[in-house]
Write a protein that binds this ligand. Structure first.
Ligand code: UD1
Ligand code: MG
Length: 472
């Protein structure tokens, strides 16, 4: 929620200044990163090292800009009230926009690095020292562009376009609070460049059937256009699912960092496979997209963790979710990606009754701050009218199963029920907690579930499929 007003007071500009230690650390990090980049570009352009160095610059750039731009964002009306504090202070919102812009600039400047060798091979002036000049015609034209991996470049560019489009949607949403039904499908539209590249470049639309189901379905199941619909749905789901697991200081960025770190671990696992396995290229691409993402997100995390000094805004949620969808789709591991989204999938399914208005859905479903105890408690929805008998029965059943808490009046009619989010459910199970404690516990659960998902992916997959794509 963004409050727009020009009459509010703004924090003193000194609040936006970096301390001496911060300046020194960020400057050292930036200089070291620039030195590494200059070195890699003079050498053979080792892209992974360059990507790490670019991520350092992304961190330093976002960290300082988030601090400097805070008062400017407030002045422009981009601010929100921290509802879970005693003094509901206003702080800058939409800071995810800073991250998205820095990220887009960094991944754009990075473009030449993964293609350095190919550019050298494809052009003469730069020195086609790596290739033997095949025909006199090529020597005269001086270019070997047919050797350039245009498809890889197309994949990289489509990724940037998609992330850029969804960031614009996020900024629009933070400015104008766009309605759910209007903004829900936009990430899907933003993913069209990815789907085209997938179609032209990879085009695999079958899935390998698990061994027990093979007598009925055969070894491969051709999904055709349904596979594209599935990827379209992944692109819609990832950004929106992060946006609805929100409302506690730091949870949006931290959950994204957990997913990104687990994906990086998964990528590193594939890098151990001897080159030139095709999976290595996909996972290198994933690392090039994820490392700068971790850089900008860590910078935002430093400002957004409890007690928040800035809010991330919907821009960050859309941007983060789309980075994951991009690497999952173009890296050809969208199913592994979904394993890392298990808490978000559960939160979405659990939220469905409120999202689809079977149960009333208030503007905010975040846990409620109890000013007396200083702890977070379940937030509730009050029922103005008693629910339909079948809904009431289901709600009471969920209450009995300890999956919800409902309050009834003297006639046994439901008068309030807790909001359907995983954060509230956690509080139903484990009782009131301080805001940061709640976030840490949810994140620990997410990390454990994700790690188990990856473990299962790489160990148990062989029980269901006789090979996984490491062995083909
Ligand atoms: C989504 C959730 C909503 C939740 C909100 C919190 C759904 C359908 N929507 O809505 O239930 O309440 O995110 O982000 O599930 N805020 C805090 N503390 C925080 C984070 C946010 O107080 O740690 C408040 C601030 O007032 C901030 C506002 O939430 O201005 C941001 O809400 P916004 O992102 O606009 O809500 P939605 O994404 O629409
Ligand atoms: Mg939001």
């Amino acid at each position: 929620m963004v409050i727009r007003s020009t009459t509010m007071t703004h924090p003193p500009s000194s609040a936006a200044a970096l301390s001496f230690t911060e300046t020194l650390s960020l400057l050292s990090l930036s200089l070291a990163s620039f030195a590494v980049i200059a070195n890699t570009f003079q050498g053979d352009g080792a892209p992974l090292v360059a990507s790490l160095a670019f991520s350092g610059i992304a961190f330093a750039g976002s960290y300082s800009m988030i601090r400097w731009l805070g008062p400017t964002f407030m002045k422009a009306g981009l601010k929100g009230k921290d509802m879970s504090k005693l003094h509901k202070k206003e702080i800058p919102e939409t800071m995810g926009a800073v991250c998205a812009v820095v990220y887009i600039l960094i991944v754009t400047v990075f473009i030449p690095f993964p293609f350095y060798k190919d550019i050298v091979a494809a052009t003469s002036g730069g020195g086609n020292r790596d290739v033997v000049q095949e025909t006199i015609e090529h020597v005269q034209r001086g270019r070997f562009l047919h050797k350039f991996p245009h498809s890889k470049l197309a994949a990289y560019l489509s990724a940037i376009i998609t992330v850029q489009s969804v960031s614009i949607l996020g900024i629009g949403d933070d400015l104008f609070d766009i309605r759910w039904r209007h903004k829900f499908f936009i990430p899907g539209i933003a993913s069209i460049p990815l789907l085209i590249v997938y179609f032209v470049d990879f085009g695999v639309t079958h899935i390998v059937v698990p061994i027990p189901l093979r007598p009925y379905l055969g070894e491969l199941l051709q999904l055709g256009v349904l596979y594209y619909l599935y990827m379209f749905a992944v692109a819609i789901f990832c950004p929106n699912s992060i946006n609805i697991l929100a409302g506690v200081n730091g949870i949006e960025v931290s959950q994204s960092l957990v997913i990104a770190i687990l994906l990086v671990l998964n990528d590193c696992y594939y890098l151990l496979v001897p080159y030139p396995h095709p999976a290595v290229d996909s996972h290198l691409f994933s690392l090039y997209m994820l490392l700068p993402f971790i850089g900008v997100s860590l910078a935002l995390w430093c400002h957004n963790w409890y007690p928040s000094k800035v809010f991330v805004g919907d821009t960050y949620c859309y941007f983060a979710g789309m980075v994951f969808a991009v690497v999952g789709i173009l890296g050809h591991f969208s199913k592994t990606l979904l394993l890392l989204f298990i808490p978000q999938i559960f939160n979405f399914l659990y939220s469905a009754p409120q999202l689809f208005r079977v149960v009333p859905c208030p503007r905010h479903r975040m846990p409620r701050f109890n000013a007396r105890t200083g702890l977070m408690e379940c937030s509730v929805t009050e029922w103005q009218y008693p629910p339909k008998p079948v809904v009431a029965k289901v709600l009471k059943l969920l209450h009995r199963l300890n999956l919800l808490r409902v309050e009834t009046n003297s006639q046994g009619q439901i008068v309030e029920s807790t909001n359907f989010t995983i954060l509230n459910l956690w509080l139903v199970w484990f009782g009131p907690k301080r805001e940061d404690r709640l976030a840490i516990e949810i994140l620990a659960m997410q990390f454990a579930v994700g790690l188990f998902g990856l473990f299962a992916r790489h160990n148990f997959a062989l029980l269901l499929f006789e090979s996984d794509n490491l062995n083909v």
